[in-house]
Design a protein around this ligand. Sequence first.
Ligand SMILES: Cc1ncc(COP(=O)(O)O)c(C=O)c1O
Length: 338
Amino acid sequence: MINLRSDTVTRPSAAMREAMANAEVGDDVWGDDPTVNQLQERCKELTGKPAALFVTSGCLGNQLAIKSHTNPSEEIIAEWDSHIVKYEIAGPSFISGVQVMPLKGVHGFMDPDEIAAHIRPDWYHYPKTSLVCIENTHNRAGGTVYPLDDIKQVSKVCKDNNLKLHLDGARIFNASVESGVSVKDYSTQADSITFCFSKGLGAPIGSILCGDEDFIIRAHKYRKILGGGMRQAGIIAAGALFALENNVERLKDDHKNARHFAEEISKLPYVVIDMESVQTNIVIFNTTKDASRIKEVLEGKGILLTNDGKDKMRAVFHMDVSAEQTEQAIGIFKTLKA
Ligand SMILES: Cc1ncc(COP(=O)(O)O)c(C=O)c1O
């Protein structure tokens, strides 16, 4: 099977498993796991943030950030198709008691003026706007890379209006290798960042949340309340450290495969792709055929991908899909009748 469902489907390599098996461990709920501590230190260096907290998932990292930046009955601004709005099951209202003001972006990026226009005036009828969340790369927009200048403008709007800015950087390394902008340069524009080891970086579990000391003290308590404390978590932190050491630069290969795949399938009469959106490892495309039927036929031919509704499909490239398999997938696509 060529699995293009997501970059979360990768399996840890033999070398990563060895690093995990040999990890030094302790009880991380006591703060005693040396490998978790090493990972958190490394992430502080990478992001330029004073504190870091290892968490089970990107979803938990985002929700802890929202909880730690806000108070109940406030409002946060996030992009309409962002992971936080679309796939976190109304987590901001469930966990933090806040309401989301979703704004439609272009390629996933909200217009800073529109953000400014949606900050609530101070009036007793309104919730207080307290946080803006952005996503880089933007998953549902096709893995698009947030231009640093745009992030700077959003950051300025937040600073000028006393709002916090959270960066959902689940795939920040994809953004970084593609744009040449360091993870630190992205992170320092925001008050907090979360990123994932379990996506393109190829680790089996884990994400990190970084921010200032007080913010991470709050997030640590909320992680505990939500049952997110892990004991000998060094076993999984070792996979994350291995990923940071070995699997960052190779993300460019995934971007190359995604681009090639998109260019080739865009020639098919029933495929419509906005090639501007194909910037990293995700290819979102529309089809004039029934997407769920295409998915089914492709599954029968050994390709797994996802559809979103009647005519939208997504293919994601990662370390377990080689250039040869990309070629194979293109060949199979071409056998589908127009
Ligand atoms: C942009 C983005 N943020 C957050 C997440 C959540 O990560 P996790 O699946 O580790 O909870 C995802 C997962 O696909 C994502 O694409």
